[in-house]
Design a protein around this ligand. Structure first.
Ligand code: UN1
Length: 498
């Protein structure tokens, strides 16, 4: 069978190119294994070429007034809004999340690009009083230079745009290395930036493996900042590698996000939230609800409600609006999740699902049942990130035990509590060790105008999106303007001047 699959090149210096002798790979629709696009397996040399192009474009872009850079981003957002129906479908075809979520992925991109476009008219610095007369002190923000954005497949448009739009409005130039599994989404996003008038070399795309392209970008001395979202083991490698070059390495890694459910909660509300949090995007969000920590007094009742509702939950074609959950993203994902389900069957009690779905259309794709385990805290499935539709439900006596269990994992990204007790809710905001806490809402659904990220092994202290996006991609310069026309000495003159 000769495939008629659409072919994409690398985007370097404003041109789509296919280097001579380039090898190619295809991305695959996880619903039916049909190819979605064909891409260049970039090499170390391609990565270096892209960094060169980004470096050459840097001065011109840095000197473009920030409001003008913002205007170009606004045009990107406008075009992305037009492309949303098609791009949302591409997300669903290439990654497998249901269409409403595919469209949501694109909407999150649009929201963030618009937010960052406005940042072009802010990029605030500070003014600070001087200890000396006739002297101004202030700070200005400057771009870092060439930044590398290395992104995962689970939010194939939103996460790249969180990084790219923030890096561009602040005056950096970018080399973008997307997850191979969702290279088509990446290429379609880059095309929109190109068509909106982002100058050549300002945004470059190099598809290919992390071992070749990713490492070459991290090692390149001209790359000053690496922004990476992905798994914790790769994140650790990226951090160590970047440390050699003393780079800023921004990491957004895993989660094992708890929902705490107390006996005074609105159980109907919690039911909707837990289902969406645990099985939305087939559990393949860093923010997915992977632990449900329930007070003993309502444990059996709520578990009954949960399994009852799952009985009416459909898994299938993600383009069909009636489908609750699509396939998992790839054969590798399927295998890893099924392995965890086997581990769970040995160490915990299976309460729902637990199988690969087979027969008919299921056989063409990677479908797994939504799965629930009742488990004690401390099992592997209750502590390790599975990144799939597997929920661990844990019984606790009271609020204090719930918080102890919630916090006793290596991650700290998102967290949630359902309660009607306002004091408890505020206490939880204080007690939960996580970068994000939801009250009476599930662990997913962060909005772009707030910082996003986590503590412990979820990252290395940074945040992206919201006001933090500007921090991620700028250097602060402190400026002293002395208009006294004489040599004034800080620390020395100020003491004697009194
Ligand atoms: C992720 O899974 O890495 O809060 C990002 C959410 C989305 C972003 C998730 N807005 O679930």
């Amino acid at each position: 069978m000769t495939s008629k699959v659409d072919e994409f090149g690398l985007f370097i210096g404003g041109k789509w190119i296919t280097p001579s002798g380039a090898r190619r790979f295809e991305t695959v629709n996880p619903t039916n294994r049909e190819p979605v696009g064909s891409f260049v397996s970039g090499t170390e040399k391609d990565a270096r070429n892209a960094v060169g192009a980004a470096q050459r474009a840097f001065r011109g872009w840095k000197e473009t007034p920030a409001p003008k850079r913002g205007e170009i981003l606004l045009e990107v957002a406008r075009r992305m809004r037009q492309a949303k129906p098609e791009l949302g479908r591409t997300v669903t075809r290439e990654m497998g999340k249901v269409l409403s979520e595919g469209l949501g992925d694109v909407q999150e991109s649009i929201d963030f690009i618009e937010y960052m476009a406005g940042e072009g008219r802010r990029l605030f610095g500070e003014t600070v009083p001087s200890e000396l007369r006739s002297k101004f002190c202030l700070t200005v923000r400057q771009p870092k230079g060439v930044v590398a954005c290395i992104t995962p497949w689970n939010f194939p448009t939103a996460i790249p745009n969180w990084k790219i739009a923030a890096a561009l409005v602040t005056g950096n130039t970018v080399v973008f290395k997307p997850a191979s599994a969702t290279a088509r989404c990446a290429a379609e996003v880059v095309k929109i930036y190109e068509e909106a008038g982002v100058p050549p070399g300002v945004l470059n795309l190099v598809t290919g493996s992390g071992g070749q392209v990713g490492n070459a970008l991290i090692d390149d001395p001209h790359v000053r900042t690496v922004s990476f979202t992905g798994g914790v083991s790769t994140g650790r490698e990226v951090y160590v590698r970047g440390a050699q070059g003393l780079k800023m390495v921004h990491l957004e890694l895993g989660g094992k996000n708890p929902v705490i459910l107390l006996e005074d909660a609105d159980l109907g509300l919690a039911l909707d939230g837990v289902l969406f949090g645990a099985f939305g995007t087939a559990g393949q969000r860093c923010t997915a609800t992977s632990r449900l920590i329930v007070q003993a007094t309502i444990f059996d009742r709520f578990l009954g409600m949960l399994t009852d509702r799952l009985g009416r939950f459909t898994v299938g074609d993600p383009l069909d609006p009636k489908t609750g959950m699509g396939p998992v993203a790839s054969a590798d994902q399927e295998q890893k999740i099924l392995e965890y389900i086997e581990i769970g069957k040995k160490e915990a009690t299976l309460r729902y699902g637990g199988k690969k779905l087979t027969g008919g259309a299921y056989d063409r794709g990677f479908f797994i049942e939504p799965t629930i385990f009742e488990t004690k805290h401390g099992t592997r499935i209750s502590k390790e990130e599975i990144f799939g539709p597997v929920l661990s439900v844990i019984k606790v006596a009271d609020y204090d035990e719930a918080v102890r269990v919630a916090n006793d994992v290596e991650y700290g990204l998102s967290s949630a509590i359902y309660t009607r007790d306002v004091n408890r809710a505020f206490r939880a905001i204080q007690d939960l060790e996580a970068g994000i806490t939801y009250i009476n809402a599930p662990t997913i659904g962060a909005e772009v105008q707030l910082p996003f990220g986590g503590i412990k092994n979820t990252g290395n202290g940074g945040r992206e999106a919201g006001s933090a996006a500007v921090e991620e991609f700028t250097e602060i310069k402190s400026v002293f303007v002395d208009f006294s026309s004489k040599l004034q000495k800080a620390q020395i003159d100020s003491e004697t001047a009194a």
